[in-house]
Design a protein around this ligand. Structure first.
Ligand code: FES
Length: 161
């Protein structure tokens, strides 16, 4: 009689433990992916550098900074922002390329290339930049920012962040 009671108790605790273990496995199986799905986007780096495709390298005229405009999507958590970025690309030989920002390093206005004057011009404080992005006149503290460039299958890419 006593042995039968012990067997029942042991079976009851085993079933209880097994039920608990199965419940825990199911919870972990569903809960871990759900948590990763919910918080994953927020943990991604918002400003990770990536290669941005500008377009055909043949568009760049020799010795003339050429403007490329691209729209890129940047996921920040659950929100996807669409940004329009602009880059000037310069080549002297059609093989080596320099990519420059069109943002003035003084206070962030947009510069534009003036072909007649062979200079970039920033209208905010009348600054000038040479073809290579170096400061020609005005208050900017440094040249135009540069980006790493690569050409693949005749397409230009810049490394931006
Ligand atoms: S913002 Fe370009 S010169 Fe001031």
């Amino acid at each position: 009689m006593e042995v039968e009671e012990e067997t029942k108790t042991s079976r009851r605790s085993f079933l209880s433990l097994a039920t608990w273990a199965i419940g825990a496995l199911i919870s972990a199986g569903m809960g871990i992916p759900a948590i990763a799905y919910v918080i994953g986007p927020a943990l991604k780096r918002a400003n990770a550098e990536e290669w941005i495709r500008l377009g055909s390298a043949s568009k760049v005229e020799l010795n003339t900074p050429t403007l490329f405009k691209v729209k890129i999507e940047r996921p920040t958590g659950w929100i996807v922002n669409v940004e329009e970025l602009s880059f000037y690309v310069l080549t002297e030989n059609g093989r080596d390329y320099v990519a420059m920002s069109n943002i003035c390093p003084h206070l962030g206005c947009r510069v534009r290339w003036i072909n007649d004057q062979e200079q970039f011009f920033c209208p905010c404080h009348n600054a000038g930049f040479n073809k290579d992005g170096s400061v020609a006149s005005g208050p900017p503290p440094r040249p135009l920012d540069r980006y790493q460039v690569k050409v693949e299958d005749e397409q230009l890419f810049v490394l931006g962040g």
